[in-house]
Design a protein around this ligand. Sequence first.
Ligand SMILES: *Cc1c(COP(=O)(O)O)cnc(C)c1O
Length: 386
Amino acid sequence: MTALRTIPFGRPWITEEDQQAVLTVLQSPVLTHGPQGQLFEAEFARFLGEECYCISVSSCMAALHLAYLQMGIGPGDEVIVPAQTHVATVHAVEWVGARPVFVDCQLPTGNIDATRLEAVITPRTKAIGLVHFLGMPCAMDEILAIAERHGLKVVEDCAIAVGSRLHGRHVGLFGEVGCFSFYPVKHITAGEGGMVVTRDPQVAQRINLLRAFGVDRTHGERTRPGQYDVVTLGFNYRMSELQAALGRSQLRRVQAILSQRRANFFALKSLLTALDDILILDAPEVESSNSHYCLSVLLTGKLAKKRDKIVEKLQQAGIGTSVYYPQPVPRMMYYRQKYGYRADLFPQAEAVSAHSIALPVGPHLIPEDIEYIAARFRHAVKETAA
Ligand SMILES: *Cc1c(COP(=O)(O)O)cnc(C)c1O
């Protein structure tokens, strides 16, 4: 066996340029509400590659909350959500007072199973809130057709889907609202932060209002101090200039980050595919591209029950892993206590949460790391199977 290495699951990649960008803001008089935020929004829209509105916010959770709030969705309404996702996808629905209705995922992507959507639609259903799981685009053709047939809005959680496209269109621009995250270990970071994207100018206007207290005029739009009114019940969900400057600096490297993730993903995948009893979550890249957030291995057959043992062996070898996501959201205590839980409704989500291991593919890996992860993974499998 080769010498031990230490490979974290994710590590923010902060360059000297990134640091300089933040320092420059600190030396300026404007720390929020300024040019960095506006430039980040414009540059993110250019990256998406289509005419759209981008509104920077404090997190993806804030973005998701605003998405439903501006729709006027609330008590008595239902929103269809995936059972297998980050809890923020669902918390946003709860925070506006609507009821989340969970749908199982499908394999080999882990995305919401579009064939199960129509069975849960009721007269109270107002929207579908989906996640592009680990950066693999959902079946948007099918989902949008169903949404249109039933008059439902679509919210896309794109927190780990920066760079994911389908038929040339970046994810987040298919539904009414798309929500991105700049949390430290996502594709690009602003420390914390998020972005709301939409092609609808009225949606953008409502989100702009709700993001900053419901005040109807920005500082730039006032001709004298205090010249504003408050027209709705908003939040302070703004992103600071420090965060926006870091996000802008990171966005300049996004293509390099994406191609490195992609190369790492395929290198690692090719070293693991020969193993028995594993399924690597992936989507065929026909007319689409993935953001390759991680490489999630679903253990099947006789390996299915060995997940925790294999994770432990990888940990001893210095390899950081993660689980996306450790429990189906409806099984988490808050949701279980509120709505009850039936495991038989979510067999695939149960399998992914109980039997998958997410391996790192981020730009912090070097080629030797990939070989090391694959060798140690094979070794751990052999040892636990014996
Ligand atoms: C990280 C993540 C979020 C939450 O993002 P924050 O910016 O931390 O609020 C939401 N959804 C998914 C799928 C995520 O991975």
